[in-house]
Ligand binder design. Structure first.
Ligand code: ZN
Length: 330
């Protein structure tokens, strides 16, 4: 990487433009937060000193060494307060780092999805997982789509919905009417799938009456199988129900993993989300870990598997996957 001076107010047209080596190495410094010794540089034009970390998004972070363990704790069912105790830092640090790590996870997933060759997913499953914000009277729905073989999470959306059943009346009385915004989520999710999936993609979902409309809109020639009496919220541990053969295993297993590893999605928990955005962040953290570390990569997902014939016919796509594997894995 060619280094540039962080001081953007240089006038590069003047005599300074003729300095032969405008940036030189100038000593070292040791960083306490992760015990590293770093090269310092000097800009001969303006005299400013800097290092490579000046350009890092971790610039100014005090305890850098907690980033990696914290990322793992967040996707292993540990609460923010307990994470603060385990890592011996302040809960405020954890709360701030949560936002930082979530942003990183979202960026990483954006790259991961972008590295999947377009129109190659031939089988996917999708469904909704219900949880709530602050109280059960304010439910939200997380719709997510997974690839059937590898269980990679291809996308998710979080949207509010009105309370159902016995709680509906109480919720309306206490918090007023609550708009159902789930269709926006289904629309966006399937729009994204339209770019990734092949035209004759096989889609499996439950019998939710809203699904066919959105599938038709974004994947008109898809084969849509609707599984009757899939999992229901009535039985509680819906995702892990004892069935002989589960046609939606990939999705149900993924939902069960989310429930088991994201503390705010536990069935019985006192860790609740106060904002939809934070729930979104936490799921993004999990999805990134799930796609990069918990599930195996295949030929489509930047793995080292031998190419199948389908890919050999499209050399451009094959090149994309190879370069994508580097980006997606780190
Ligand atoms: Zn300079």
């Amino acid at each position: 990487m060619k280094l540039k001076c962080p001081n953007l107010s240089h006038d590069l047209s003047g005599p300074v433009a003729f300095i032969p080596h405008p940036i030189v190495r100038k000593g070292y410094y040791s960083r306490k937060s992760d015990s590293r010794r770093l090269q310092r540089f000097l800009c001969k034009t303006c005299g400013i000193r800097f290092s490579r970390s000046t350009f890092s998004n971790r610039y100014y972070q005090k305890v850098r060494r907690i980033n990696e363990p914290l990322r793992r704790l967040f996707v292993s069912g540990v609460s923010q307060n307990r994470a603060a105790r385990i890592l011996r830092v302040s809960p405020n640090t954890i709360a701030r780092r949560f936002l930082f790590l979530a942003e990183e996870a979202k960026r990483s997933q954006k790259n991961f999805i972008a590295a999947i060759p377009k129109r190659t997913i031939s089988s996917l499953q999708f469904d909704d997982l219900e949880t709530s914000i602050h109280t059960k009277c304010k439910p939200v729905s997380v719709c997510l789509a997974v690839e059937s073989k590898t269980r990679k999470i291809l996308g998710f959306q979080v949207n509010q919905m009105p309370a159902k059943g016995r709680l509906a009346l109480v919720a309306r009385k206490k918090y007023g009417p609550r708009r159902d915004e789930r269709s926006r989520g289904w629309n966006l999710l399937l729009k994204g799938m339209g770019l990734l999936a092949t035209e004759e993609v096989h889609i499996t979902s439950d019998e939710n009456p809203h699904y066919p409309k959105w599938v038709k809109r974004h994947l008109p020639s898809a084969r849509h199988t609707r599984i009757p009496g899939g999992r229901g919220a009535i039985t509680g541990q819906g995702e892990l129900r004892d069935k002989r053969f589960d046609p939606m295993f990939a999705l149900n297993h993924t939902c069960a993993m989310l429930r088991a590893n994201v503390n705010r999605l536990f069935r019985k928990t006192w860790c609740t989300s106060k904002k939809v955005e934070r729930l979104w962040d936490h799921i993004a953290l999990y999805v990134d870990y799930h796609n990069r570390e918990l599930t195996l990569s295949g030929p489509i997902f930047g793995g080292s598997c031998i190419r199948t014939r389908q890919f050999e016919e499209h050399p451009i796509q094959s090149h994309r996957t190879n370069s994508g594997s580097v980006r997606a894995s780190h």
